[in-house]
Design a protein around this ligand. Sequence first.
Ligand code: DC
Length: 226
Amino acid sequence: MKKIVVAIDGFSSCGKSTMAKQLAKQVGYIYVDTGAMYRAVGLFGLQNGIITKNNIDEQKLAEKIYNLKIYFKNINGVQHVFLNDVDVESKIRTLETGDAASRVSAVAFVRKALVAQQQKMGENKGVVLDGRDIGTVVFPDAELKIFVTASAEVRAQRRFDELVQKGENPDYEEVLKNITERDYRDTHRVESPLRQASDALLLDNSFLTKEQQYKKILEWFKYKTQ
Ligand code: DC
């Protein structure tokens, strides 16, 4: 079976990472959660006063970005992201860090640095990456490109349920607002805006169960690797 690059792009909170992880595990590929890398940079910015409510100190961030050590490690079967050798997996999953990630992801030099790392991670193929620009910028020649979408309301409800499960006490309207703001920023930024690559397969999972969705992806994967 031929080894390929699988690029999964789409809006936030539409289940990209769940399906990417599941596929990578089943077919024995490496999984790269590129959103986690932007989140790690966002967290670094928040922790070091580089990102504040109304500002990003781009000069300071530019000085630091190439020295940031961001990598993944498997801990008891779960992939965790490390920032400068500290496990930040749970810290990067908050709304605040998601927001900071969305803001730093619009900065050209941040994207340049992370894209280069992602391309290195996938240079030998046999990799599933999920993000916003994988099929358009990181691996424009990926053999299988999937663009995932679902309505903002469905995604907000999923995110809300996730936060409740984590013991947080979210406000649905706030979660929905956060999602629509991120959608707007992700699709309107100048640098690599989120868009469907012309050769990407569209997957709207608003009304699909996880099983139905996974069956579809697996069929596409088998077709592309034959
Ligand atoms: O997928 P996520 O929610 O973990 O991503 C966090 C933020 O990073 C999101 O607002 C968009 C941005 N991002 C990006 O611009 N490019 C990627 N390849 C992955 C994520």
